[in-house]
Design a protein around this ligand. Structure first.
Ligand code: PHE
Length: 341
C-alpha cells in the first residue's frame, strides 16, 4: 500500500504540471493515463493486492486520482485545431465589445481654449489652493477686514479655522504669484471658485474662473485693452466688437467691465443680450498701487493689469448653454454635444 501511494503521488505531480502544447500531446496524455491500458486502469488493477482492511481507504485514494487525471483532460479537451488555450474556445473573428469613450468636460475644453489663446501672447499658467487664507483671498487684495467689498462675494468659511475660506476668486493665485517677488510676471490663473449662492439656472455655489495678471515696467491700460481685444477676436471671431464700462474692484484702479457684441444676434437684440446688443464677459483694471505695495512692489516703478472671467459665462455665450446646473449634472447627453469642439 505504501509504495502504491508513493507511485500515485508521483503521477499526480506529473499530471499537475502537465500543459499540452498541442492536440497531439493531449492525445498522448489521454492514452497514457486514461487509455484501456493506461495508468489509471493499471493502478485500479493493484486493488486486488491491497489487504481487505485497507481496501476502503485505498479506494478513496484511487478514485481521487482518477478524477484528477480526468479533470486535466477535460480542461483541454474542447480545444481543437491546435489552438490550445485554457478556457472555452474563442472566435477571434467576432467583433469586440465596444467600450464607451468619455469626452472632455465642456468647461475644461473652454478653459484650454482660453489658455492657449493667452499662451500665444506670453502668458503662463499658475494654480493655487482652493482653501485659502484671508490674506491671499481678501486682505492682500486691498480688502482689509470689514471692507464693504467683501460682501460682494458671499463667502464660505471653513468652520475649523476662521482664517480659512473657500476661495471666492482666483485672484488669490495672483496674490501668491506676486508674493514670490519675481518680476515681470505674466500669468493666467484658471480654477474653481466658491460662493454661497442659492443654486439656480443663473447662479451656483461653485464655478470656474480664469484670471490674468501682467506686471512690468510701463504696462498701461492700452496694453490691457489690446490683450483683451485680441482674446475676444480669437475666441468669438474677428467681427466681435468690445466696449469697456467703468466699474469698481478693490484690487484695481481704474476698473472696468468689458462687454462684447452679442454673439447670437450680432447686436440687433435677442434673449442672450437682453435686447441690448451687448453681453458682459469680464472684469478688469490696473492693479491697485496698494496691492503692489502689499507685496513690496514699488508702484512708481512697476504697473500692471489684471482681468478675471467666468469660464461658465464664456461657455454659455459661445455655445448657448442657458442653465448653469447642466455643467455639474453629468448628463452624458449634454456632455457629448461638445465632443467635436
Ligand atoms: N476677481 C474678480 C471677481 O472675481 C474679477 C477681476 C479680476 C476683476 C481681476 C478685476 C481684475 O469678480
Amino acid at each position: 500500500m505504501q509504495s502504491l501511494q508513493e507511485q500515485i503521488k508521483a503521477y499526480e505531480q506529473d499530471i499537475n504540471s502537465f500543459t499540452p502544447a498541442d492536440a497531439k500531446e493531449l492525445e498522448d496524455y489521454r492514452i497514457k493515463y486514461l487509455g484501456t491500458k493506461g495508468i489509471v486502469k493499471q493502478i485500479f488493477g493493484e486493488m486486488k493486492n491491497v489487504p481487505v482492511e485497507q481496501k476502503k481507504e485505498a479506494g478513496q485514494v484511487l478514485n481521487a486520482f482518477k478524477q484528477l487525471a480526468e479533470a486535466k483532460y477535460e480542461e483541454f479537451k474542447h480545444l481543437q485545431n491546435g489552438a490550445l488555450e485554457k478556457g472555452p474556445a474563442v472566435d477571434i473573428t467576432m467583433p469586440g465589445t465596444q467600450l464607451p469613450l468619455g469626452t472632455r468636460h465642456p468647461l475644461r475644453m473652454v478653459e484650454n481654449q482660453i489658455v492657449s489663446i493667452f499662451e500665444k501672447i506670453g502668458f503662463s499658467v499658475a494654480t493655487g489652493p482652493e482653501i485659502e487664507d484671508d490674506w491671499h483671498n481678501f486682505t492682500s487684495l486691498n480688502m482689509p477686514e470689514h471692507h464693504p467689498a467683501r460682501d460682494m462675494q458671499d463667502t464660505f468659511y471653513v468652520s475649523q479655522n476662521p482664517d480659512w475660506v473657500l476661495r471666492t476668486h482666483t485672484s488669490s493665485v495672483q496674490a501668491r504669484i506676486m508674493e514670490q517677488g519675481k518680476l515681470p510676471v505674466r500669468v493666467l490663473c484658471p480654477g474653481r471658485v466658491y460662493r454661497n449662492e442659492t443654486i439656480s439656472a443663473r447662479a451656483h455655489c461653485f464655478f470656474h474662473q480664469c484670471e490674468g495678471l501682467y506686471i512690468d515696467k510701463g504696462v498701461s491700460f492700452a496694453d490691457l485693452k489690446q490683450a483683451l481685444y485680441y482674446f475676444v477676436t480669437e475666441m468669438f471671431g474677428p467681427d466681435t466688437k468690445v466696449r469697456f464700462r467703468p466699474s469698481y474692484f478693490p484690487f484695481t484702479e481704474p476698473s472696468a467691465e468689458m462687454d462684447i457684441s452679442c454673439t447670437v444676434c450680432g447686436g440687433s437684440g435677442c434673449n442672450l443680450c437682453k435686447h441690448t446688443g451687448w453681453v458682459e464677459i469680464l472684469g478688469c483694471g490696473m492693479v491697485h498701487p496698494n496691492m503692489l505695495r502689499n507685496f513690496g512692489i514699488d508702484p512708481e516703478v512697476y504697473t500692471g493689469y489684471a482681468f478675471g472671467m467666468g469660464i461658465e459665462r464664456i461657455t454659455q455665450i459661445k455655445y448657448q448653454v442657458n442653465d448653469l446646473r447642466l455643467y455639474s449634472q453629468n448628463d452624458v447627453r449634454f456632455l457629448k454635444q461638445f465632443q467635436s469642439i
